[in-house]
Design a protein around this ligand. Structure first.
Ligand code: ZN
Length: 204
């Protein structure tokens, strides 16, 4: 049986399609500006290059190994090396999501004093669900330079904002990563609002 036809892989693909549509329908992503992956044994299943998030099907997924070689399916997302950096870092990471969600992008465009911890703690939930979020400095999307920077910083935080680009987070599985991504986007929305309201305090 091919990896893509395995029942547990089909189940995760269904969840990824659900997540893509949920993000798309609620305006958290647009066009093809997100990519999803999850672990399948020694391999990784990842969304294909350029698929429209509002209308993904099971044909929009491809199987790669941890070096990025395609084992099965269409051309993978060009951000695949970013996902692989997480899987190589920690065997407990089961899924990775990357989007261009609005408030996370805005927050990624600010100057941050401590690039290992860029999201202020007005509520405890992001830290509880994920841990610290770091910044990966700007390099063009899909570039070798971006993947080099990601590799250098991957061990400095649990999730990341790619500067001038968007969030990338790990999870135990697709739904867990989705919940974490939503928490990060909400935390950035709160932080964006609070930056002009110095009377609002951080967690003591
Ligand atoms: Zn991107």
């Amino acid at each position: 049986m091919t990896v893509l036809k395995q029942p547990e892989v089909q189940q995760q693909i269904k969840q990824a399609i659900f997540v893509a549509k949920a993000l798309f329908d609620r305006n958290k992503v647009s066009g093809s500006s997100a990519n999803f992956s999850f672990r399948a044994g020694d391999a990784v299943v990842i969304s294909a290059s350029g698929c429209s998030l509002g209308a993904m099907t099971e044909d929009n997924f491809t199987v790669i190994d941890l070096e990025g070689t395609v084992l099965e399916g269409p051309k993978p997302s060009k951000e695949a090396p970013l996902h692989l950096a997480f899987y190589r870092k920690d065997p407990k990471i089961g899924a990775v999501l990357h989007t261009h969600s609005f408030y996370s992008v805005l927050w990624s465009c600010l100057k941050h004093q401590n690039e290992a911890d860029v999201v202020p703690k007005y509520t405890p939930y992001l830290e509880m669900k994920l841990g610290r979020v770091g910044l990966i400095p700007y390099a063009p999307p899909g570039s070798a330079e971006l993947f080099k920077l990601a590799g250098e910083r991957i061990h400095t935080a649990a999730g990341f904002l790619l500067a001038h680009h968007g969030p990338v987070v790990p999870g135990r599985n697709i739904m867990d990563a989705f919940n974490i991504l939503e928490e990060l986007e909400e935390s950035c929305r709160i932080a964006w609002y609070c930056k002009d309201h110095p009377e609002i305090s951080l967690i003591p």
